[in-house]
Every structure is written in structure tokens, then in C-alpha cells.
Design a protein around this ligand. Structure first.
Ligand code: ATP
Length: 239
């Protein structure tokens, strides 16, 4: 794997007080690929995403994107480098309209025409959102809100998308929509790191996967191989 144009995490450790949550993690997301991170509840997946996006403090280690060091930088600096986050639990502005939520995602983009193009692109990915643009976000179903959360991240025209548990709690139809949009977005050249407790979705959508247990990477390899790996099947696919 070469990652000059992707994300490289080296010997990353993060602690909450004296309690380690991420221990010496190495991970690469080569530019243009989809990599997934799977693991049980509490394995440290969200902490890793938060460390990459500057939302928790890194204790030691390196994070680099396109050859530039990001460890310890502020979340808005990381966004300026082209990395957008779809956070766990969506974190929409519930009383604001869907349109306003999407516009918030494009706050760094001054050019109104570019903003309009990005909105069109989001509605191309999620046509069901068009009729919902004037509605308050909290009037939408969970699946529709997740679409808004993904679209809001896309409104920043990212070169890399980080998704933290985007399918949790969603009906299967919405899980499929999110999965296929992630692939479509990737086909347009956006690099993706997908964090999922739903290992089946993660392995089907991604090219390569990492398994996190108790804060450490215990296994990594091509996702297609993991789908047939007896240990993965037993531990993560319920087979
Ligand atoms: P989940 O699927 O439940 O979100 P996860 O794999 O994303 O799990 P993390 O949320 O990263 O796991 O949690 C990793 C460890 O760090 C867990 O033991 C958790 O209890 C702990 N932890 C997470 N957030 C904090 C915090 N703000 N303060 C203290 N400990 C935390």
C-alpha cells in the first residue's frame, strides 16, 4: 500500500485520563480506496476517528494525510485539509431545516455557485431529500437524518470522508442506500474510512479492513477475504 495521497496512522495511542483507549495503532487508507474499521462495542473505533479529526487529544504517534502531519491539529484545520466527518449519532441541528443543515456543511465555501453545485450533487446521491429541504431535520426519520448527515459532510467537497457507524439502528433499505452512496462517492475519487459495528456492511462496501479489539489492531486484510475468514465469521458476522 502506498499512501502519499491517503491517510497514514502510525503507532497512535490515545488515553482517557490514565485509561488507554487506543494502543499503538497502525492503519493506512490509500488515496481513492475504501477502508473499514470493524470491532465490538468499546473497541476504540470512535476514539480513533475522533483522534484523526482532532476531537480527542493524541497521546503519542503520527497521523498524516497526503504527506502532511495532522496529529494534534484542530478539527477545522483537519477539515481544511479535505477530511470531513459523518459523526456517530448524526449530530444534526434538529430545529434547523434540512437545507440549513446542508448549508452548514459548506460554510467554508464562499462561492454561491459552487455551493449550489454541491447541493445538486447531494440531491443526486439522495433524491429523497429534495422534498425535505424545507423541513426541520428532527421531523425526518432516522434513515433520512443519516442521509442528511452524509450529505452535510459532502457539502464541504471533501477529498476524504470518515463515517462513524453510519448504519447503526437503520432499517435495511436505508443501510443499502448509505452503502451504495459511499461506493458512488468513492467512485468519484473520495477516499473513505468507514467505521462500523455492522461488519457485514463494512466488509461488503470496503476494499480493505482492520479489526480493532480493546484498542489494538488484531487483524487486517482484504475485505473480500475477511468475508470468508472463519474467525471473522464467528466473531463479527454471527455465522
Ligand atoms: P462504540 O461502538 O460503543 O461507539 P467504540 O469501538 O467506538 O465503541 P470507543 O467509543 O472509542 O469505542 O471507546 C473505547 C474505550 O474508551 C471504551 O472503553 C470507552 O468506555 C472509553 N471511552 C470512550 N469515550 C470516553 C470518554 N469520553 N471518557 C472516558 N472513557 C471513554
Amino acid at each position: 500500500m502506498t499512501s502519499d495521497n491517503g491517510l497514514v496512522v502510525r503507532r497512535l495511542s490515545v488515553s482517557y485520563g490514565s485509561v488507554p483507549a487506543i494502543i499503538d495503532v497502525d492503519l493506512e487508507v490509500p488515496g481513492g480506496r475504501i477502508v473499514s474499521l470493524i470491532g465490538a462495542n468499546g473497541a476504540g473505533k470512535s476514539t480513533l476517528i475522533k483522534a484523526i479529526t482532532g476531537l480527542v487529544k493524541v497521546r503519542s504517534g503520527e497521523i498524516a494525510y497526503r504527506g502532511r502531519s495532522l496529529a494534534g491539529r484542530d478539527p477545522n484545520v483537519i477539515l481544511e485539509h479535505g477530511i470531513a466527518l459523518v459523526p456517530e449519532g448524526r449530530r444534526l441541528f434538529g430545529s434547523m431545516t434540512v437545507r440549513e443543515n446542508l448549508e452548514m456543511g459548506a460554510y467554508r465555501i464562499d462561492d454561491a455557485r459552487k455551493q449550489a453545485e454541491l447541493l445538486d450533487l447531494c440531491l443526486h446521491y439522495f433524491p429523497d431529500l429534495e422534498a425535505k429541504l424545507p423541513s426541520p431535520a428532527n421531523a425526518l426519520s432516522g434513515g433520512q437524518q443519516q442521509m442528511v448527515a452524509v450529505a452535510r459532510a459532502l457539502m464541504s467537497a471533501p477529498s476524504m470522508l470518515l463515517l462513524d457507524e453510519p448504519t447503526i439502528g437503520l432499517a435495511p433499505a436505508f443501510v443499502n442506500v448509505i452503502g451504495s452512496v459511499v461506493r458512488d462517492v468513492n467512485r468519484q475519487g473520495v477516499t473513505v474510512l468507514l467505521v462500523e459495528q455492522n461488519a457485514e456492511v463494512a466488509l461488503r462496501v470496503s476494499d480493505y479492513s482492520y479489526v480493532l479489539e480493546s484498542g489494538s489492531v488484531v487483524k487486517h486484510g482484504p475485505s473480500a477475504e475477511f468475508l470468508n475468514d472463519p474467525d471473522i465469521k464467528k466473531a463479527y458476522l454471527g455465522l
